[in-house]
Design a protein around this ligand. Sequence first.
Ligand code: GAR
Length: 199
Amino acid sequence: MMQNNVPKNIVILISGGGSNMAAIVRAAQQENWHQRYGACVAAVVSNKADAAGLAFARQQGIATEVLDHKAFGTREAFDAALADAIDHYQPALVVLAGFMRILTPGFVARYAGRLVNIHPSLLPAFTGLNTHQRAIDAGCKVAGVTVHQVTAELDVGPILDQAVVPVLPGDTADTLAARVLTQEHIIYPRAVRALLPLL
Ligand code: GAR
């Protein structure tokens, strides 16, 4: 049951397909996060106008915003405009879901303790890009995904949840990514749900 009448708005940032965002939206609907936690997905923000996830969000009646990072001269200018767009929704939680931009320390500090990310590796292994190919190249027998609090350093920050999958003989980056993604859709809604009573 919700503790008070202050809505716990969730703002989700995407850059592409938005399947993790969709998994969180569906969990919020199916598990009635509004009634249980006073929480709702208030907006989806993308740095790419053609991000496929925007259509899903619109179909769900969720507000969407597009902020093209290429329209800004500096990372700081983009992040300031991004923060303005996010703050319009007075978020209790900002969720990075395949948001492929490095954030400035100022942006991260603004949302300290209420900014989470999903990264497709078993952190602290394989921060950065191309995680699946790097796991295959390293001969890893398992791979996985991590949900973590965001701190100023990229892909470093307190771990909230993880899931492990096997790396199978003949795996390509794509087959491994698909196996990991099915786990992402389980652990990201679970990690967000676990935070809601604490916000
Ligand atoms: C997911 O695999 C997510 O873990 C990854 O991008 C994909 C987004 O998919 N994130 C990163 O690589 C962050 N560095 P989605 O748009 O379908 O949720």
